[in-house]
Ligand binder design. Sequence first.
Ligand code: BES
Ligand code: MN
Ligand code: ZN
Length: 499
Amino acid sequence: MQISFVPLSVSVKGALVLGVGETGTFSGKTAEVDRRSGGALGRAMGVSKFSGNAGQILEIVAPAGIDASRIVLAGLGKAEKFDERTAERLAANVLGRLFASGEKTVTFAIDMPRGAKLNGAALGAHLALGARLRSYTFNKYRTKNLDDHAPSVTEIAVATSAAAAAKRAYAPLDAIADGIFLARDLVNEPPNVLSPMEFARRAKKTLERAGVRLRVLGENEMKKLGMGALLGVGQGSDRESQLVTMEWDGTKRSNVPPVALVGKGVCFDSGGLSLKTGAGMMGMKGDMGGAAAVAGTILALATRKARVHVVGVVGLVENMPDGKAQRPDDVVKSMSGQTIEVLNTDAEGRLVLADALWYVQSQYKPKCIVDLATLTGAILIALGHEHAGLFSNDDTLAERLSASGRAEGEPVWRLPLGDAYDKALKSRIADMKNIGGPHAGSITAAQFLQRFVDKTAWAHLDIAGVAWRDAEQKEHSPSWATGWGVRILNRLVADYYEK
Ligand code: BES
Ligand code: MN
Ligand code: ZN
């Protein structure tokens, strides 16, 4: 997809997108086009339900007197509510409508609604971001009916009086979109293709080009480090487990303690010997969504050359049943030295994270840690697809994440931690067991992780409900995988840790 920012005056090929405010009256560019087409826009509105509400779209094919092949009217809604997110949703909705329409070029010529909160450059940049996010496809495994799926739109132009400033404002957003697309690609990829080693190879290929330093540990190295919790999970798989570290240092100083991002990378979760049902196993290729979000965020930060030191660590395993697989009742020893009675092999994400969390603390002494994991089905019961679950031992970090999520349209909801919940992890024979009781499953899972955090400010995001969508898609997330996490983490870094 080619994206450009052009001056308002140029005549337009292809689809021309114009804004209409909540009152339904025309102004600026919209009024001008209506005049030049002899009132065609007003007549079209008169015979439709389109009134200018946010989210509404009205397509008008080729009125005489203008160069464009069609006009698309987009509702702007209430001016005081019009912000970056509204602009993104608008562009994404319009692009979704036109993506496979046969139209090649889409030009947005949206006048800022009077009283809106953003400036012209930001408006242009966020229209471009919304359109780009909506342009994502994952068609590499189709061999038939390619025409039905092939996008026709190849060019997006944003017409604005602030073209140069909009282009500058868009550059970092384009890096975020790169990160989101990487995360979506990794999550959409089928599990026969994306093994732990293949994930590591792709991360290496994509991130090293952006200037990120990568280190990949295999099973032998992890054995030497004592990572019995992570290794136990991968034990039943023919594919070798991997631990990948991705380090981006955009500070020009040495010894700045990094922000650490840790991701659950279960490339396929069958449940292991505590086998899932057939239906429960579907979608479990996405159980590496936390690791994908970490890789995507590091790519975004490196691409936009963020002035920050970050280190991402992802534990990559495949959880399979086998003669060599870990059994319910096994006891494993984690890198921290603590022993774990594995009573359910399907509670595997926390075992992977236990060693990844300990590793990042002992190697990097980070100033804070955020982990992301598709950790529990219970978080879907509590929060559905609308919020990720947030757990933290640090109120400041929790507040920062909440604010970042709100600002980026990736909202999180904080749930409690506490000793009373921690008791549920008592084991008859080891330091802890890997499951709690029947209740508060997302909290007891977080409580388990906290046992592997040593005083560092830490937050855990349970993203099982937001990493992918089986049902209705969101405006700027057209594929099964959402790429959730890149935006909230990038914003957290930008607002609180970047110098
Ligand atoms: N990967 C799953 C959690 C999950 C479930 C993610 C559904 C997305 C959709 C995780 O490894 C798991 O199996 N958790 C168990 C924990 C239980 C055995 C304590 C669960 O949630 O049922
Ligand atoms: Mn599981
Ligand atoms: Zn899992």
